[in-house]
Design a protein around this ligand. Structure first.
Ligand code: NBP
Length: 477
């Protein structure tokens, strides 16, 4: 064989096939392989005309068809399949070669795999890819981890196939080992929060505003032209205006109201618990999906738990504007929390992630793409060590302006019995952050009472314990 491939893709289900086509459409010669040869054959038969593919039936032929250092993209079902593919390919590779896991792996698995392969002189590049199958084909947002050396060789190819904003690629070296998969995980967590907040906005407009799904679609269309402009708002309008052909009812009314999840939102919250970062917006979104999916509990409770029924028109004439403010403010909180989690993990694992660069590569290609991300990038450009996005000038002004409406919406939801956990917890988080004194002082007192856990005083240094069971005198601990 004379011609060698610049890059190879193994795992040719929908994502791998589209990534391979994307590389080929950009003029790269692409080696393609799949566990079962049928998918490889199908790809070349259907899309061979789009570029240059080198198909191989065996792993050995596939590896031999790649130029050195070899770049092998793995796009298989995350978990055991990834380990099986690594076990198959690693012995066929040579020092300096790269195994790029572009599936949705857990970052801890990526760290483990990277460390093991490094000992064999191989680069393991855990890479987050967002944008679904369309993104994979037309330009995803790409979040590669792994070594800086691997990015030197691989980066230009990935940047080439990524989405672009004003010619700038939505791909950057995120940081070493599992940093790329971590950031992709938080991206998905933020996506959960964003979707939940949008769903709550719809529910309020429908129940307390009395608007039909078609009317709400128009409201979202209008919002998409403003500061909320984003892919998720855009597709929400499309979903809401859809009418079911069979029943003639709004599509949203014929869909079973149980939201599913694949796991990245849950992983984000699990990691946040380990890091001690309060990502309440993402957590509420994950729990709201779990609540919706708890059919038995819902069936047991529905009709038994008393409470108000929402009244159309209860939101008053300003409801639409109020909900827009509440949605924007709550969204800022969710993103602020997600970025704080990235910064905490970066410090914990020594990743040196540039948070502004993450906002930059999420501006196109991925599911949370939004105008809003420009402001996040600008905020970190102004201050790379920003403690929370909420104190950046732009966001501070936005939440200050949203204040009254935000509180009205949360109060309205509670009074009308409309569940709005995303809006309510975002506001509670905001009030928690701005509080001069928190009731955590009382919790410290309780902890000291039952467990002698000690406390610190506001007026002098040191740790103290009160002898609760005796004279209640204070001693230095
Ligand atoms: P799937 O997640 O459905 O995986 C199917 C592929 O895995 C096939 O190529 C299959 O080979 C291969 N495979 C399996 Br299953 N077990 C294997 C094993 N033991 N050894 C070798 N190959 C094995 O494909 P997908 O939906 O294209 O997603 C690929 C990755 O991309 C996943 O990690 C997913 O989480 C991630 N992702 C997906 C999306 C999306 O929108 N779908 C978005 C972003 C990321 P076979 O053909 O021989 O069965």
């Amino acid at each position: 064989m004379t011609q060698k491939a610049q890059i190879g893709v193994t795992g040719l289900a929908v994502m791998g096939r589209n990534l391979a086509r994307n590389f080929a459409r950009h003029g790269h010669t692409v080696a393609v392989h799949n566990r079962s040869y049928g998918r490889t054959k199908e790809l070349v038969e259907e899309f061979g005309h789009e570029g240059t593919f080198i198909p191989s039936e065996s792993a050995e032929d596939f590896v031999a068809s790649l130029e050195r250092p070899r770049r092998v993209v793995i796009m298989v079902k995350a978990g055991k399949a990834t380990d099986a593919v690594i076990d198959e390919f690693a012995p066929l590779l040579e020092p300096g070669d790269m195994l790029i896991d572009a599936g949705n792996a857990h970052f801890a698995d990526t760290r483990r795999r990277e460390a093991a392969l490094k000992e064999r002189g191989l680069h393991f590049v855990g890479t987050g890819v967002s944008g679904g199958e369309e993104g994979a084909l037309h330009g995803p947002s790409i979040m590669p981890g792994g070594s800086p050396e691997s990015y030197e060789s691989l980066g230009p190819l990935l940047e080439d196939i990524s989405a672009k904003v004003d010619g700038e690629p939505c791909c950057v070296h995120v940081g070493p080992d599992g940093a790329g998969h971590f950031v992709k995980m938080v991206h998905n967590g933020i996506e959960y929060a964003d979707m939940q907040l949008i769903a709550e906005a719809y529910d309020l407009l429908r129940q307390a505003g009395g608007h039909s799904p078609a009317e709400i679609a128009e409201i979202f269309k209008g919002w998409n032209e403003g500061r909320l402009g984003s892919y998720l708002i855009e597709i929400t309008a499309e979903v809401l205006k859809q009418v079911d052909a069979e029943s003639g009812k709004p599509f949203v009314d014929i869909v079973v109201d149980r939201a599913e999840q694949k796991g990245t939102g849950r992983w984000t919250v699990q990691s946040a618990l380990d890091l001690g970062v309060p990502v309440s917006g993402i957590a509420e979104a994950v729990f709201a999906r779990a609540l919706s999916g708890g059919a038995d509990v819902r069936a047991a409770a529905a009709g038994k738990l008393p409470g108000p029924s929402a009244t159309a028109g209860a939101g008053g004439a300003d409801l639409q504007a109020d909900v827009e403010q509440a949605l924007f403010a709550s969204k800022i909180v969710a993103y602020a929390q997600g970025f704080q989690q990235i910064q905490a993990a970066s410090a914990e694992y020594g990743w040196q992630i540039d948070p502004g660069a993450m906002a930059k590569i999420w501006r196109a290609g991925c599911i949370i793409r939004a105008k809003f991300l420009d402001y996040i990038k600008q905020a970190y450009d102004k201050d790379a060590n920003l403690q929370t996005l909420l104190v950046d000038d732009y966001f501070l002004e936005a939440v200050s302006g949203a204040q009254d409406a935000w509180r009205r919406v949360v109060a309205l939801a509670a009074a009308q019995g409309i569940p709005a956990p995303g809006f309510a917890s975002a506001l509670a988080y905001y009030d928690g952050l701005r509080a001069e004194r928190l009731p955590a002082a009382l919790i410290q007192g309780q902890r000291d009472f039952f467990g002698a856990h000690t406390y610190q005083r506001v007026d002098k240094d040191g740790s103290f314990h009160t002898m609760w069971g005796a004279e209640r005198n204070e001693v230095s601990a």
